[in-house]
Design a protein. Sequence first.
Lengths: 158, 248
Amino acid sequence: MLHDMKPEDIAGDYQEITLNLFGNMTRKILYTQVETPYPDGKLIVSTTDPSGVITHVNQAFVEMSGYTKDELINSPHSILRHPDMPPAAFKDLWDTVQKGSKWQGFVKNLRKDGGYYWVKATVIPNVRNGKVTGYTSVRRKPSRTKVEECIKLYPTLF
Amino acid sequence: MSNLFTISPDFSPDRISGWYIFNTWFQKQTGEAIHLKMYDNFHSQIAAIKNDEIDLIYANPFDAAMLVREKGFLPLVKPFGKTDEAIIAVNAKNTVEDVAHLSPGIRVAVTEDPDVHLMGMIMLEPGDLDANNMNIDIYDTYVLVAKHLLRGDADVGIFLAEAYDDLSNMIKSQLKILVRSQISVIHHSLMIGPKLAGKRDEFQSLLVEMSNDAKGKGVLEGLGFDAWIGIEDEEMEFMIDLMDTLNT
């Protein structure tokens, strides 16, 4: 279950938009222009079930997203979905991993406080006894050059 | 028939005798004949694994996928409180303070240690650096990596964090850490091959209990850690998946 974002959680001036998410969900998003830099040397790790519901997060995920572990577990991974991310990127992600392949891309993620952080994300299907039991996503610090390219490219993909 | 046991070639040279003593202890406890064979490098060890010569291995996390998914190895235990982390360091006189300010064309000194190499390369990515725009020089030991940084014929060194921390204070005072990884879930593992699979539970409980016995505790000290922790299949699969995401 994904709740609308609340003004009291937001740090600074914000804009508002309603996003249509996977699974016929909608969510009111409140977002700011505040970037949190990706911490050096850390990986953000999460796993989801086959439908994209979060089943595991590491401490770096908790710290960067601004949510508590309890708020994240059992939430759809789209809790991180930022309105500046083109839907085509996530369609490509799902099409790729559902075929059993690895997906990699640069993603602008939304924080609970309305801010954002850029990551280089890799998602792979977890295959156990020949069956996909979920997906593991590992995010690492992106190159600023690649982020600048995405900042130019992504608005053209809507 | 004797079983062949081997250690990931990145073990600290100070621990060689510790591993032989561990092997003697393990043979006594299990009643199995086990011969410990050290390989000089990863290539020869991998060749032995591929040739189905190995029955028991203290494996580098980089090799875990191949061991589990191609060779049917099963995880037994991992050392308590000991994960593999990497450090990116430069000469202390270098004015660079951030990986993002390193330039293409730099000389990078590394060892053959595959998981540390992988973590190090990931930490260089934010500087738009990859194997195509760096000169990578491979050395036998981390002390040699440090030496080449001090001499100025390498710009950047990739270290196993533990090996860096073990360098003398004099060497460390002439180096500067740019990044230290904080990944926390990548670790070496003691694993058994298919021939010994039926002994898994017995071996695992012996190893987990090892720290509760005075003699066992002494043997563990020789390996440089306090206890073995059991590894479940899913934990190993998780680490393999994680390594897989990094290896791109």
